[in-house]
Ligand binder design. Structure first.
Ligand code: ADP
Ligand code: GLC
Length: 488
């Protein structure tokens, strides 16, 4: 399994959660899983003494000779291989622009080289997102990999370069686009590959495109998103190749690491709780109010006001334009408290700082990235707002459900597959939903949620439904295993 980030070593978003949880779930099914990722600064800082060096060598990147170290570490029963090059990986995980393209072109090449340096021959290489996108093409055009994907050929894999490749799309918005010169300068790929049949998309070299052309199978992280990306609105230029390869595309829902996200045993929380006894959740709510200086919610003897929270990257994908439009109306017309934990794009940061300044006691804002605080927000809130414009799967809403915090989501991508919107006639549901990407519709969904909050038995029932969901990775791991088997 190859990726740019993974828990517990480095995390910027849900990809890391998946790379942290899926290997363990597959191992429980008897699969021998190894994980390969860059040795980012946090790995060096926290694990340097535990790492064992397997190889130190160089690789050719166009005209450059670049250092390549391969180091290994066993953690929680999983074997990790780290690609070591401090020039590329001691700075930000994603450097942005062409510096980032170069980081991950190097990574793809390094992964191919490293396969010959480790004592392990995979049957399947599971590649994740554009950062790994050139691997299938390099294997097939430069390392003697099988051209036909082996689908008619049941012979066992003889060397790592013959491994089948599965490419999983976690986020199609990021594709690794660059001008041809940048890619040509780093990878020695013949010119005839720089065409729309191979690595070109929209006049650029595109690493995700190369992955979608050359990998044996393609998957994405929810069944609904697998359909959506066949269309231009969601496919963002990849809809053509995805539709053409429709037969090879599947959608497998993400799951959670249910040990890492467990309100009954979460060291970050002020008090533990579970579906049978929610008293601890009230303690967590009070704690959250204290931390964010919120009044009238969870404070004193009778905590009354509901808390709507968000934990998110601050980007347009997550629906922050709707929030920017509607939040003040919400705060001034309803008895509600709002909490945000996030980091990202400047205009949203500015907006939330303005909100925090204007509505002290009603809105609490923490700009930054903080894993433990995130857990306390999931636990202390009543509702979790996630009005995404698009959402391949989304883990945050599943974490919220597990913590008994009801998600309010836009019905898109994986949010459709994971949140059953409240039905006021039957009382069923595991959250709230709205269909159109529109601030008024979002507000209406939040108001519906607030009305249910006032109806204690209805609220209790929804909380229980949400907490009873099986969002573990066990179920998804079986689907991955079936897919791996079908690729032999
Ligand atoms: P995405 O991967 O698109 O960001 P997901 O919902 O799949 O969205 O996963 C986001 C993950 O990152 C969740 O585990 C969420 O709790 C975490 N996260 C996002 N922003 C922050 C933050 N500022 N601090 C701590 N955790 C965060
Ligand atoms: C991406 C998506 C998110 C998904 C995560 C893990 O970051 O934006 O929806 O849950 O990857 O697959």
């Amino acid at each position: 399994m190859v990726a740019a980030e993974g828990m517990p070593f480095v995390k910027t978003g849900g990809l890391a959660d998946v790379i942290g949880a899926l290997p363990k779930a597959l191992q429980a099914l008897g699969v021998d899983v190894r994980v390969m990722m860059p040795k980012h600064r946090t790995v060096k800082e926290q694990y340097e003494d535990a790492l064992e060096t397997l190889a130190t060598t160089t690789l050719q990147l166009g005209w450059r000779q670049k250092y390549l170290g391969v180091q290994t570490l066993r953690k929680d029963g999983v074997e990790y291989y780290f690609i070591d090059n401090e020039d590329y990986f001691m700075g930000p995980v994603y450097r942005g622009g062409d510096a980032e393209n170069e980081q991950y072109l190097y990574f793809c090449k390094a992964v191919c080289e490293a396969l010959a340096l480790i004592d392990f021959t995979p049957d399947v290489l599971h590649l994740n997102d554009w950062h790994t996108g050139m691997v299938p093409m390099l294997l097939k055009t430069q390392y003697g990999g099988r051209q036909n994907g082996g689908r008619q050929d049941a012979a066992p894999t003889r060397n790592s370069y013959e491994a089948r490749t599965l490419f999983t799309i976690h986020n199609i918005q990021f594709q690794g686009k660059m001008d041809f010169r940048t890619m040509k300068d780093m990878l020695s790929i013949p010119d005839y590959y720089y065409t729309p049949e191979y690595v070109e998309a929209d006049g650029c070299a595109n690493m995700m495109k190369a992955a979608l052309v050359f990998s044996d199978r393609i998957s994405t992280v929810s069944p609904n998103y697998a359909h959506e990306i066949m269309n231009a609105y969601f496919g963002l230029g990849m809809e053509g190749i995805l539709s053409a390869r429709r037969q090879d595309v599947s959608g497998i829902l993400n799951g959670l690491d249910e040990v890492a996200f467990d309100p009954a045993h979460d060291p970050a929380l002020a008090a533990p709780y579970d579906a049978g006894d929610l008293r601890g959740k009230l303690v967590c709510k009070r704690d959250l109010c204290r931390q964010f200086g919120l009044g009238g919610a969870g404070g004193g003897q009778s905590p009354h006001a509901p808390i709507v929270a968000m934990v998110s990257r601050l980007t347009a994908q997550k629906g922050f334009d709707l929030v920017r439009y509607a939040l003040e109306e919400l705060l001034t017309t309803e008895d509600v408290r709002f909490v945000l934990l996030g980091s990202g794009d400047r205009p949203y940061v500015d907006f939330f700082n303005y909100i925090a300044g204007k509505y002290p006691g009603r809105a609490g804002v923490y700009i930054g990235y903080d894993e433990a605080l995130a857990h306390r927000v999931y636990a202390g809130a009543d509702f979790f707002l996630m009005p995404s414009q698009f959402e391949p799967c989304g883990l945050a809403q599943m974490i919220a459900q597990r913590y008994g915090t009801l998600p309010i989501v836009r019905e898109t991508g994986g949010l459709v597959d994971t949140v059953a919107p409240y039905n006021r006639f039957t009382g069923e549901g595991t959250g709230f939903g709205f269909a159109t990407f529109n601030a008024g519709d979002m507000l209406a969904a939040v108001r519906l949620a607030l009305s249910v909050y006032r109806d204690k038995p209805a609220m209790r029932k929804l909380r229980r439904n949400a907490m009873a969901l099986d969002n573990s990775f066990a179920r998804s791991a079986e689907q991955y295993l079936a897919l791996f088997r079908a690729m032999r």
